[in-house]
Design a protein. Structure first.
Length: 180
């Protein structure tokens, strides 16, 4: 079936809205709503095919789905517009948040909010880790997770130090312990 000729301006508007508000999960559902329910650009079967194809490509599956939909609708030009609209708004928000942090990092409320975010991020990471493969965890995996929590909560180690450090330590432990 021939895809509809969707104006690039419509792709720009719709993908920009997703890009500026699409933090976290749920993007695949938003792309489904956009392409199948809202605009009827794709049938459910076409969306399922695109979803299957996108999951084979490296990178985030939801982003791949969005880019593949745009490519299906407008080729390379659609993909470029979609990519820019998905990446640039979030990047600008993160730059603005970084600059705001630079200005107000010494404020107690900002420090408190960031500590709360570190706790929430740690909890989400641990929750995801336990849901993904908890049956294969060893005693050292639990110790490492517990140590990461202690480092963040009591030693006030920043998350950006604990996560890569924990990952490297875990890899070294697995190599030393003979596990792949």
């Amino acid at each position: 079936m021939q895809p509809p000729k969707v104006p690039l301006s419509l792709i720009l508007r719709e993908y920009f809205l997703i890009g500026i508000t699409g933090f976290g999960g749920g993007l695949q559902g938003r792309f489904y709503h956009l392409a199948v329910s809202k605009h009827g650009w794709l049938s459910e079967e076409e969306f399922a095919d695109i979803n299957a194809t996108a999951s084979l490509a490296p990178g985030g599956n939801a982003s791949n789905v969005g880019l593949e939909i745009a490519r299906h609708l407008r080729g390379l030009a659609g993909m470029v517009v979609a990519y820019l609209c998905l990446v640039v708004p979030g990047s600008l928000v993160m730059i603005a948040l970084g600059k705001t942090y630079e200005l107000y990092q010494d404020e107690p409320a900002v420090r408190g909010a960031l500590q709360g975010l570190q706790c929430a991020a740690t909890a989400l990471i641990l929750y995801s880790a336990t849901k993904l493969n908890m049956r294969q965890w060893t005693f050292s995996d639990y110790l490492l997770a517990f140590g990461a929590c202690l480092a963040i909560f009591f030693l006030k180690a920043p998350l950006w130090v604990v996560l890569p450090g924990g990952a490297l330590f875990s890899l070294a432990l697995r190599r030393w312990g003979g596990r792949p």
